[in-house]
Ligand binder design. Structure first.
Ligand code: KG4
Ligand code: ZN
Length: 324
C-alpha cells in the first residue's frame, strides 16, 4: 500500500510517498523559512502564495524520488486541520484534484495526529506497545495524548495559551535571534548557564496535565528589559535558563502522566521534540522512575518538524490498519 502524503498546514510545502505506513520512499520538503525570516514569523498570505508555487514541483519530485507513477499510488492523504486556512487549502485542493482524477481514496488527516505517527516511520509498527503516552510539542500545539490503540486517542492535557514552540519563537524574537526560534535558542543555550535566571515553571502545581507558557515568555521579556545591554553572554544565559524552564515543565508533566496512566511507551513528537535538552531531560527523569516505559522520539530530525511522510503514515494506520 503506497500512499502519497501532502502537507501544507503552515510554512513547509511537503509531499511524500510512504509504503505500508513506515517505509519512506520519498519525503520532499520545500521550506519557506528564509522568506518568513524577513518578517520574523509566518505571514499567512505570503505562505499560501508560496505553497501555490511549490506544491506541484514538490509532488512531482516526491513521485520521481520514489520511482513511482501517480497511477500506481493507492491513496492520497492530506492535512486538513489545524493550521493556517489559506495554506491548508492549497494542499487540500491539490489532493482533492488528484483523488478525483485517479479515482483513488482521499484520506483527511489531523496535523497533530500526523506528528504522532512520525515516531512510526522507518520502524517496525509491530514493535510498538500500547498504551502510548505522547507529548506533541510544536509551534502551534502542545498536547499530552494517551493512545490506547491505533483508533483510540485521548487528549489528557493541552496548552491554555502559547505552545512551547511558540514560546521558543517569541523568546528568540526578544533576543533578536532569527525565526524559527527553537534551533537558534538551543544553539546559543549551549554556551549559557541554565541556572543563571530562575524562570517560572508554569502550572506544575495544578492537578491537571495542561500547560501554559505565556507567563514564562513575559518573565523572559522583563528580564531582558532589565539588562543595560543584551550582550552575547547574557543572551546565552537567558536562552539556556529559558530552555531549562520549558524542558523542566514539559518533562515534569510527562512524568506526572506516566505515574497516573502507566503507558508502555512514551513518545516525544513535533518540532520541539528536536530539542536535545528535552530528549536528555526526559531520558534522565524516566531513568529515575521505578516503572520505566520505553522512550522514543524521531531518530531523524526531519520527522520532528512538518513533513508529509508523517501524514501518509497517519493515513495508513487510520484507514488500513487491518492489513498489518
Ligand atoms: O511541528 P512544527 O514544524 O510546526 C508546527 O506544527 O507548529 O514545529 C515548529 C516549531 C517552531 O516553533 C520551532 O521553533 C520549534 O518547533 N523547534 C524547536 C527546535 N526545532 C524546531 N524548538 C526547540 N528546539 C529545537 N531544536
Ligand atoms: Zn507541525
Amino acid at each position: 500500500m503506497k500512499i502519497l502524503g501532502i502537507e501544507t498546514s503552515c510554512d513547509e510545502t511537503s509531499a511524500a510517498v510512504v509504503e505500508n505506513g513506515t517505509k519512506v520512499l520519498s519525503n520532499i520538503i520545500a521550506s519557506q523559512i528564509k522568506i518568513h525570516r524577513k518578517t520574523h514569523g509566518v505571514v499567512p498570505e505570503v505562505a499560501a502564495r508560496e505553497h501555490i508555487l511549490k506544491i506541484i514541483p514538490v509532488i512531482k519530485k516526491a513521485l520521481r524520488d520514489a520511482s513511482i507513477k501517480l497511477d500506481n499510488i493507492d491513496a492520497i492523504a492530506v492535512t486538513t486541520e489545524p493550521g493556517l486556512i489559506s495554506s491548508l487549502l492549497v494542499g487540500i485542493n491539490t489532493a482533492n484534484a488528484i483523488s478525483l482524477m485517479l479515482n483513488k481514496p482521499l484520506i483527511e488527516i489531523n496535523h497533530i495526529e500526523a506528528h504522532i505517527y512520525a515516531n512510526f516511520l522507518e520502524r517496525k509498527a509491530k514493535d510498538f506497545q500500547f498504551p502510548i503516552l505522547i507529548l506533541t510539542v510544536s509551534g502551534g500545539h502542545n498536547d499530552l495524548i494517551l493512545m490506547k490503540n491505533f483508533e483510540d486517542f485521548k487528549i489528557i492535557g493541552e496548552t491554555i495559551d502559547d505552545a512551547a514552540g511558540e514560546a521558543f519563537d517569541k523568546v528568540a524574537k526578544i533576543l533578536s535571534l532569527p525565526y524559527p526560534g527553537g534551533p537558534e535558542i538551543s544553539k546559543i543555550a549551549l554556551k549559557g548557564d541554565p541556572q543563571k535566571y530562575k524562570f517560572p515553571r508554569p502550572m506544575l502545581n495544578s492537578k491537571n496535565f495542561d500547560f501554559s507558557f505565556s507567563g514564562l515568555k513575559t518573565s523572559v521579556l522583563y528580564t531582558s528589559y532589565k539588562q543595560k545591554k543584551l550582550t552575547s553572554k547574557i543572551k546565552a544565559d537567558i536562552a539556556a535558563s529559558f530552555q531549562e524552564a520549558v524542558c523542566d515543565t514539559l518533562t515534569e508533566k510527562l512524568i506526572m502522566a506516566i505515574k497516573k496512566y502507566k503507558p508502555k511507551e512514551v513518545h516525544l513528537a513535533g518540532g520541539v521534540s528536536a530539542n536535545l535538552r528535552l530528549r536528555e531531560m526526559a531520558a534522565q527523569k524516566l531513568s529515575k522512575l521505578e516503572y520505566k516505559p520505553i522512550l522514543r522520539y524521531p531518530n531523524n530530525l526531519i520527522y520532528c518538524t512538518d513533513n508529509a511522510a508523517m501524514v501518509a503514515a497517519a493515513a495508513y494506520f487510520k484507514k488500513y490498519i487491518n492489513s498489518l
